[in-house]
Structures are given as C-alpha cells and as structure tokens.
Design a protein around this ligand. Sequence first.
Ligand SMILES: [Zn+2]
Length: 114
Amino acid sequence: MPIYEYRCQQCGHQQEQFHRSLDRAKIPDCEACEPGDMQRVISRFATPKTESQVLDQYGSPGPGAGPDAYRDPRQIGRWAEERFDQMGVEMPAEAKQMIDAARDGELPAPVKDL
Ligand SMILES: [Zn+2]
C-alpha cells in the first residue's frame, strides 16, 4: 500500500496521499486550493546517490584522500593497507604484490578492462 507524495503546481502545497492499491492510484485534489494541479513527487529513494552515500557503500579511500586518490598510482592500495592495519592482520603477500605492481603502473587484470 503505497504512500505517494504530491506537490501542487498551482500553490506549491505538498501532501502525502495513501493509496489502497497501485491500480487505484489516482491523483488527489490539492488540500489547499482545490482542485489544484497535483503532480506526483518522485520518491526520495529514487534520487541519485550523493558522493558520501557512495563512499558509505563502497568504503572510503581513507582520510585526506581526495577524489583523485583512485587515479593516483601512489594511492593505490593505501586504503587496503590501512584496512589490514586496522584489523591487526598482515596483508597477504599476493595482495601486496598486486599493490606494488599497480604502483608501478601495472594494474591488476580486473581493473585493466575498465
Ligand atoms: Zn494547491
């Protein structure tokens, strides 16, 4: 049972409308200036992700790392190193090699295809 948000194109009034079913979803009258000109406001969940949301989801490259961090070969693996450090685990030799290679400008295979 969806609740849609509507905004009146005439007076700017915004209201939420509860619908019993998607089929019956019908544009309501404006409560402020009936009937008004209501238009559905696209759900806030559909808005594009902000940069901070992306970082929340995929992890931050680390404090002080700018947006170019991913493109700077010297930054490659720094975040991973920090992560292992935080966990108190030593980085696997394989990961270390990959990072070293990447820093030399040799990107690991999966990244090359990007
Ligand atoms: Zn209105």
